[in-house]
Design a protein around this ligand. Structure first.
Ligand code: ADP
Ligand code: ZN
Length: 433
């Protein structure tokens, strides 16, 4: 039986006291790096002026471009000989960025992941399968060491090879797995092929994260597998998984405020948004020595959930990430996020487990086409029935996104599946026609 770690249950005042001390140390530590020495000198801020968590607003922001410009070692605040691990982001939005860790940094990270998993109800008696890609991607080793720290029997399955994944789940009587949500949906069709009911396994918890997904997708995953699925948020610039995690109440993710200071800003004005409103999440590491990062603009959109959680934790909660600020599509002058489309599709029973948004330009007009997989049992030969379904989907989408996309119904398993993060949007607007 695991107990809570001592910092998990701190009250607000104690948390803020700890943040103040750690923030000062972090700023001091950061000045040892080439990047922050220059950046802080230019902004004129002195370590002595940082005495409370609010003082963070005096510090300059750090962006993904900064990390790219100082690739690979410009952010190191300790000699390279002290670093023991290098990770990189998945490169979803361009060149990846690299993050290096000391042994101590890795230990703190493993503690945070162990705490996160415990928070979602995982215990040392669980058998845990990590279905995340290993290698540079942080979802592999990051979760792995946390699971071992918690004491789980840990299976480093890696990504892909669906039939083998299912065999391991079954043979090793796995009770908890970490899986990317789009892959969890895809895997259900492989279960079908094998004529095996996912609900007949010993699985009781799925940890899902690494990509935006809707409440509707969580509901489907819980239904398909007969489990509780908990949202897990992290990014390699802030270690990886273990930044924010859901507890048993599934009402937003506790962001570990003893390890990170979180702000939510308006991406235009860079000012904090009023409590409870959606904006861009900005994070500062408080425990990292090898490569501290101050006020990192994640580009992820979320909000603080007002009020306290029903559990004992006082670390504030963030809401499901609605997407990245750069995911926004502008079509016929309307701003649309892929998750709005997903929310509609996944609430329609006839819709299967995969979809793809395609953007095209016809003449001077942007067109949006939504390709939707239909469940086998609804895929009928009758053209009229299919047309009716198509119209129903288009109508529901129009209500949500205010434009009428073309809806293309396809058979199950005909859209590309990804073993890693799903690519939901293909933008062909700038391709020569
Ligand atoms: P990349 O930024 O190249 O994808 P990472 O592998 O570091 O590299 O992924 C971190 C990003 O993944 C986050 O910034 C966020 O956009 C997304 N992400 C991670 N976890 C979640 C989650 N639970 N919900 C939504 N998005 C997530
Ligand atoms: Zn809670």
């Amino acid at each position: 039986m695991q107990v809570f770690d001592s910092q998990e249950l701190l009250d607000r005042a104690e948390l803020e006291k700890l943040q103040a001390v750690r923030l000062k140390n972090t700023v001091y530590q950061a000045t040892a790096s080439l990047f922050y020495r220059n950046r802080l000198a230019r902004s004129g801020i002195k370590v002595a002026q940082v005495n409370s968590p609010e003082d963070i607003s005096r510090l300059p922001f750090t962006t993904k471009e900064d990390l790219r410009e100082h690739y690979p070692f410009g952010f190191l605040a300790m000699p390279r000989e002290k670093m023991v691990r290098l990770h990189a982001s998945s490169g979803t939005t361009g060149t990846s960025t690299v993050i290096l860790h000391t042994q101590n940094d890795l230990n703190t990270w493993a503690d945070l992941v162990a705490r996160s998993m415990h928070c979602a109800g995982v215990r040392s008696s669980d058998t845990f399968q990590n279905m995340s890609g290993y290698g540079l991607f942080t979802g592999g080793l990051g979760i792995h060491y946390g699971a071992e720290r918690l004491g789980c029997l840990t299976i480093p399955a890696g990504a892909g090879n669906s039939k083998r994944q299912i065999r391991m789940l079954k043979d090793f009587q796995v009770t908890v797995a970490h899986i990317i949500p789009s892959y969890a949906l895809h895997l259900s069709s492989v279960f079908k092929e094998l004529e095996l009911d996912p609900r007949s396994l010993d699985l009781r918890i799925l940890l899902i994260g690494a990509e935006p997904h809707t409440e509707e997708v969580r509901a489907r995953i819980q239904e398909i597998y007969g489990v509780q699925a908990y949202n897990s948020y992290g990014l390699s610039e802030m270690n990886g998984p273990g930044v924010a995690f859901e507890c048993a109440h599934q009402t937003g993710m506790h962001l570990w405020e003893d390890a990170y200071i979180a702000e939510i800003i308006d991406p235009e004005t860079l000012e904090p948004v009023p409590e409870g409103q959606v904006g861009e999440l900005v994070l500062t590491t408080l425990c990292r020595k090898g490569m501290p990062i101050l006020r990192y603009r994640t580009r992820d959109l979320t909000r603080f959930i007002p009020g306290e959680c029903k559990c004992a934790r006082r670390h504030r909660r963030i809401d499901r990430i609605t997407g990245r600020s750069d995911d926004m599509m502008v079509i016929k002058g309307v701003n649309i996020y892929p998750m709005q489309v997903e929310k509609v599709l996944m609430s329609i029973p006839e819709v299967g487990q995969n979809y793809l948004i395609q953007l095209e330009r016809e003449g001077y007009l942007d067109q949006m086409q939504v390709r939707v997989e239909i469940r086998d049992e609804f895929f009928v030969e009758d053209m009229r029935e299919l047309q009716k379904l198509q119209q129903k989907i288009a109508g529901l989408l129009r209500e949500e996104i205010l434009i009428s996309p073309k809806v293309d119904l396809v058979e199950h398993n005909s859209l590309p599946n990804s073993q890693g993060k799903a690519q939901r949007v293909v933008d062909k607007r700038n391709e020569p026609g």
